[in-house]
Design a protein around this ligand. Structure first.
Ligand code: GLN
Length: 582
């Protein structure tokens, strides 16, 4: 709104001048009730009113970022364009609000403590005792104000991770309480998202846990302005009245949010309950009439029954679908644009490795995706998958590790040996077709040290990749997260055998996309296109892949049943050469 202001002054002054509004969202009762989707949906509603919005996720854990955590602990690690490894909620924010976020949007307790301790060592607080209040809380509040100043957004939405009452979360709650005084009461609003559990024997939803969590919040000095009630069953007027009375929240500010079939319906449900207008009124925002036409259209396509396309994702973390959150969503987006419902099956690569039942698992699929990953577990199962796709002319999309797998499999065919490998999995291989990036050889630390964030990729004309991106897209920016790459020693030999290098780094040194010449659509990319897909604008590579898969005719249309390996022993896992947690 005030572009010149956002550049000229230090961010503390800029924040005051911009008069940014802050909405803080806390969670009560249990985690995983959809707080992130609620925040993302509120962002959609504000944006549909012509307001600019930026979002921040506060994670109370002590890791600096989730990049070093096992996907089983944390789910997907979402990468921002500037190379921050962040919480998967940022993916939903980007998809719902259609705004690219940066490292400013994910704050962890680890970052806050590290920053304060670094300042103490530097002597910034000489003479003082360093305390949670005011040192940690000031550091946290500065991050809110920095995002406000850097983004210039009308509204900053801040999601506090975890649930109210968690020990680690307390400095964050104290900081959001203090913000009322810092920026003025009229500029701050608190939303509490809770769960109403259903008691089967009495067939009723219970409000008591919500009352308790609101009490817990009040104990921290925060009275919620709005309560969003999640439930698996319809929420009666009586329940709303009760919550309004006991929690001291206006009746219309008790907003029911029953479970819906698609996350993309949530903004429409919340809009119908009036939350958009309520927030605009309470914060005194100058907003336009909401325009949700495009979103409504997208949701109606989503719910229309249409032909299915059977896609298998072959990975090693499939016990936890959240590990592939953006991949799943990207497939859905591409399905929408082809008017196809994605019938997704999750196949465990470790099971494929042990058994020779690739045909049984993939017989009916029209396309396979091999997503990203780290460490040797399940790798041979993925290689079998790539071989199956190549030999049977089944569309294949390899994402980061999936591209490396495709190269290893093709090299085994061309070099007539089962030895070609990545040095991540076999240091002694005589054919290291995938090897460490030169700049990675001297890297010792594991946190935030991979090739991360946006890099430019030059498309090679006449390739399937170029066709997928469209004629005009000669140069694209894509997000990376890897240490290994295609080894150029094999470029000539594999190229002559039919591997096409369809995307290269600007200096031509790094293979960013490759595809098979003698195949209907077999393509791998060294980056993660899943981070760039939007419900209304699928990523070109996912779009091209689903377009190719939809043309494949296979016997029967029954979904392939997923097979689940036994739960791995999380404690005993050793990180591989890549140093990331398997
Ligand atoms: N482990 C591989 C590498 O580090 C692939 C990483 C990924 O799939 N994100 O290069």
């Amino acid at each position: 709104m005030f572009p010149d202001i956002t550049k000229r002054f230090p961010y503390v002054i800029r924040t005051i001048l911009l008069m940014t509004k802050y909405i803080f969202v806390t969670g009560g009762v249990v985690s995983s009730v959809g707080k992130g989707i609620t925040v993302a949906s509120i962002g959609t509603l504000l944006k549909s009113r012509g307001l600019t919005v930026s979002v921040q996720k506060l994670d109370p854990y002590l890791n600096v970022d989730p990049g070093t955590m096992s996907p089983y602990q944390h789910g997907e690690v979402f990468v921002t364009k500037d190379g921050a490894e962040t919480d998967l909620d940022l993916g939903n924010y980007e998809r719902f609000i259609d705004t690219e976020l940066t490292a400013d949007s994910n704050i962890t307790s680890g970052q806050i403590y590290s920053a304060v301790i670094a300042k103490e060592r530097r002597g910034d607080f000489l003479g003082g005792t360093i305390q949670v209040i005011p040192h940690l809380t000031t550091e946290i509040k500065d991050r809110f104000k920095k995002l406000a100043a850097n983004s210039g957004a009308d509204v900053i939405l801040v999601e506090v991770g975890g649930t109210v009452g968690d020990i680690e979360g307390q400095p964050f709650l104290e900081a959001i309480r203090q913000m009322r005084n810092d920026v003025g009461r009229d500029n701050v609003l608190y939303i509490h998202v809770t769960l109403l559990p259903y008691i089967g024997s009495t067939k009723e939803l219970k409000t008591k846990p919500t009352q308790h969590s609101v009490n817990e919040l009040r104990r921290m000095g925060i009275q919620p302005d709005v309560i969003v009630c999640r439930a698996d069953y319809p929420i009666s007027e009586g329940i709303r009245d009760k919550i309004s009375l006991f929690c001291d929240v206006e009746r219309k500010a008790v907003v029911p949010l029953p479970t819906v079939s698609s996350i993309y319906e949530v903004p429409l449900v919340l809009e119908a309950e009036g939350i958009g207008n309520l927030l605009v009124d309470r914060l005194g925002l100058k907003a336009a009439v909401p325009d949700l036409t495009a979103w409504q259209h997208m949701v109606s396509c989503h719910s229309q029954s249409c032909e299915e396309v059977n896609i298998a994702v072959v990975g090693k973390y499939i016990e936890l679908e959240d590990a592939y959150y953006s991949v799943r969503e990207s497939l859905r987006h591409a399905g929408l644009s082809h008017n196809r419902r994605i019938n997704l099956s999750w196949v465990h690569s470790e099971e494929l490795e042990k058994n020779n039942d690739v045909e049984a698992q993939l017989r009916n699929v029209q396309g396979v995706v091999v997503p990203g990953g780290f460490g040797i577990r399940g790798i041979e199962g993925m290689i079998k998958t790539a071989r199956y796709a190549r030999e049977n002319n089944i569309p294949y999309l390899g994402l980061c590790l999936g591209m490396q797998i495709m190269v290893i499999e093709f090299a085994r065919l061309v070099l007539k040996s089962n030895k070609p490998n990545s040095t991540e999995f076999d240091l002694e291989t005589p054919y290291p077709v995938i090897d460490l990036l030169p700049e990675q050889r001297s890297v010792a630390g594991k946190g935030g040290t991979m090739r991360l964030g946006n890099y430019t990729c030059h498309m090679q004309p006449g390739t399937r990749a170029a066709e997928a991106y469209g004629q005009d897209a000669c140069v694209v920016l894509e997000r990376h997260r890897h240490r290994f790459e295609f080894n150029n020693d094999y470029r000539k030999q594999l190229g002559e055998a039919g591997l096409i290098y369809s995307g290269l780094s600007p200096d031509g040194r790094l293979v960013e996309i490759c595809e098979l010449r003698d195949h209907t659509w077999m393509l791998g990319c060294q980056f993660h296109p899943e981070f760039g897909s939007r419900p209304n604008r699928p990523h070109p590579l996912f779009n091209g892949f689903i377009g190719a898969a939809a043309k494949v005719l296979r016997e029967g249309s029954q979904p392939v049943l997923p097979i689940f390996a036994e739960q791995p022993d999380f404690g005993s896992q050793q990180s591989g050469l890549s140093g990331q947690h398997e």
